[in-house]
Write a new protein. Structure first.
Length: 354
C-alpha cells in the first residue's frame, strides 16, 4: 500500500515487530522506506518468529537494503515470501541475497522483478540456488541477466532439486541463453514452470529448448511469448511435443511462426496427449494454416484451451473450427479475439455449440 511512511515509520514498525507475535503478512510497497527504513524492519526480522510474508517493493532500498535483508534472512526462521521488486538492487545486492540463500532454510518465494541485476549478480544467486533446499519460486523478470547470466542460472539449476518456478521474462538472454537453459532442462528434475517472454529468442533457441523437451519429464509450463521464433523454431517445438509427456501449457503469443509453424503445431496436436493449453495469438497464421489447427482438434482429446486471437482468421476458418467443435469433446476455451470471422463465421460457431 502507498502511505509514504518513510524511514521513521519503518523504525516504528520495526520496533513493534520485535514484540509482535500475531502478524503474519506485512505489505509496505511504495512507502519510501529506503535502505535506512529497511534496516529497522530487518533488525526485527532477526527476532520475529511469526511474520511469513513481507512485501517491500518500490521502496528504493538498493544494494544496502538488500544487505540488511540478507543479514536477517540468515537468522530468520519464519519468513516464507519476500517481495523486493522494483528496488534498484544491483549485483552487489544480489551477492548478499545469494549468500543468504545458502544459509536460509525457510524462504519459499523470492521476487526480484525489475531491479538491476546483471551477470555477476545472477552468478551469486545461482550459487545460492546450488545450496538452497527450500526456495521454490524466484522471479527475476525485467533485469539485465542476458545470456551470460542465464548460463550461471542454468548451472545452478543442474544442482538444485527444489526450485519449481523460474521467471526470466524480459532479460535479453537470446538464443545462447535459451541454449544454456535447454541444457539444464535435460538434467533438472524439479522445475515445472519456465517463463522466457520478451527475450529475443529465435529459431536456434527454440531448437535447443525443443531438444530439451524431448527428454524433460517435469516441466509443465513454458512461456515463449514475444520472441522471434519463426516456422523453423516452431518445427523443433512441434516435433518435441510429439514426444513430450509432461508439458501442459505452451505460450507462443507474438512470435512469427506463420503458416508453416501453425502446421507443425497442428501435427503435434494430433499426437500429443498431455498439452491442455496452447496460445498462438499474433503469429500471422491466417486462414490457410488455422484450418490445419481446426482439423487437428478433431483428433486431439486433451486440449482444453486454444487461443488464436489477432491472426487474420476469417469466416472460412470459423467454419472449420465449428466442424471440429462438433467432434471434439474436450475443448472448453476458444479465443478468437480481434479476428474477422464476421456474422457468417459467428453463425457457424453458434450452430456448432447448440
Amino acid at each position: 500500500m502507498q502511505n509514504k511512511i518513510g524511514e521513521v515509520g519503518g523504525q516504528h514498525l520495526g520496533d513493534a515487530l520485535q514484540h509482535n507475535s500475531t502478524l503474519t503478512t506485512l505489505d509496505l510497497d511504495n512507502n519510501q522506506l529506503g535502505a535506512a527504513g529497511t534496516r529497522y524492519l530487518c533488525d526485527a526480522l532477526q527476532h520475529n518468529t511469526t511474520l511469513n510474508t513481507l512485501s517491500i517493493g518500490w521502496n528504493d532500498i538498493g544494494d544496502v537494503g538488500a544487505q540488511h535483508l540478507s543479514d536477517s534472512l540468515q537468522r530468520n526462521t519464519a519468513l516464507t515470501m519476500l517481495d523486493i521488486g522494483f528496488n534498484q538492487i544491483g549485483d552487489v545486492g544480489a551477492q548478499h541475497l545469494g549468500n543468504a540463500l545458502q544459509q536460509n532454510t525457510t524462504l519459499i518465494t523470492l521476487n526480484l522483478q525489475n531491479n538491476q541485476i546483471a551477470t555477476s549478480g545472477a552468478k551469486h544467486l545461482a550459487d545460492g540456488l546450488g545450496h538452497n533446499k527450500t526456495l521454490t519460486t524466484i522471479n527475476l523478470a525485467q533485469n539485465s541477466i542476458k545470456a551470460s547470466g542465464a548460463k550461471h542460472l542454468a548451472d545452478g539449476l543442474k544442482h538444485n532439486s527444489t526450485l519449481t518456478v523460474l521467471n526470466l521474462d524480459n532479460n535479453n538472454i537470446g538464443d545462447f541463453g535459451a541454449q544454456y537453459l535447454g541444457d539444464a532442462l535435460r538434467e533438472n528434475k524439479a522445475l515445472t514452470s519456465l517463463k522466457l517472454s520478451i527475450n529475443e529468442i529465435g529459431n536456434d533457441g527454440a531448437k535447443h529448448l525443443g531438444d530439451a523437451l524431448r527428454l524433460n519429464t517435469t516441466l509443465t509450463t513454458l512461456n515463449l511469448s514475444t520472441n522471434q521464433i519463426e516456422a523453423d523454431g516452431a518445427a523443433h517445438l512441434g516435433k518435441a511435443l510429439q514426444h513430450n509427456t509432461a508439458l501442459t501449457t505452451l505460450n507462443l503469443d507474438s512470435n512469427q511462426i506463420g503458416y508453416m509453424g501453425a502446421r507443425h503445431f497442428a501435427d503435434a496436436l494430433r499426437h500429443n496427449t498431455t498439452l491442455t493449453t496452447i496460445s498462438l495469438e499474433s503469429n500471422d497464421i491466417e486462414d490457410d494454416a488455422a484450418q490445419y489447427l481446426a482439423d487437428a482438434l478433431q483428433h486431439n482429446t486433451t486440449l482444453t484451451t486454444l487461443k488464436l486471437g489477432s491472426n487474420g482468421i476469417g469466416e472460412v476458418t470459423a467454419q472449420h473450427l465449428a466442424d471440429a467443435l462438433r467432434q471434439n469433446t474436450t475443448l472448453t476455451t476458444l479465443s478468437l479475439y480481434n479476428e474477422r470471422i464476421g456474422n457468417v463465421g459467428a453463425q457457424h460457431l453458434a450452430d456448432a455449440l447448440q
